[in-house]
Design a protein around this ligand. Structure first.
Ligand SMILES: [Zn+2]
Ligand SMILES: [Zn+2]
Ligand SMILES: [Zn+2]
Length: 159
């Protein structure tokens, strides 16, 4: 991602104050639910929010300590990602093996991503296709724990 294509894009990364606001809200919501936002979990979520695009785990590990800081120990980052995924705060997009901050406040939701194969931009959308999947699964006596739908194509800037 970030290997810029030649198409024009409008969205820059989110600004620091917005990221701070989201982090504070998340920490408050989790502690109300009896969960704890550790420093590592907050840091990983901050990196994802700041990136504003999917990030590979090894980039999170490298960026963890900041400009001059040491990289994180990989298990620290993977455990934080696992937690964030479980809380619906981040998603793993398997087809590009990267993680992205969730843009929905709903903790338990199926995630659907529109992934641009040209610029790498992703957009999370609410997909009712997951409802149909849920119905089919319960008919089959299957319990879905996590759904991620990944669509590949071109974003509006790259069409
Ligand atoms: Zn989501
Ligand atoms: Zn694009
Ligand atoms: Zn493009």
């Amino acid at each position: 991602m970030g290997d810029a294509c030649h198409h024009h894009h409008h969205d820059g990364p989110p600004d620091a104050a917005d990221v701070r606001g989201v982090l504070d809200a998340v920490a408050a919501r989790l502690s109300a639910g009896g969960e704890r936002m550790t420093a590592a979990r907050l840091r990983v979520l901050e990196l994802l929010l700041t990136a504003g695009e999917p990030v590979k785990a090894y980039d999170l590990i490298a960026r963890f300590g900041g400009e001059d800081g040491p990289p994180a120990k990989p298990p620290t980052v993977y455990r934080a990602l696992e937690f964030l995924e479980r809380q619906g705060l981040a998603h793993r997009i398997a087809s590009i093996s990267a993680y992205v901050a969730c843009s929905s406040a709903d903790a338990d939701h199926a995630a659907a991503f529109l992934i641009c194969d040209c610029c790498g931009a992703t957009a999370e959308v609410a997909a009712s296709v997951a409802d149909g999947l849920g119905a089919a699964a319960s008919k089959a006596g299957y319990v879905i724990e996590r759904t991620t739908i990944e669509a590949h194509g071109r974003c509006p800037a790259c069409v």
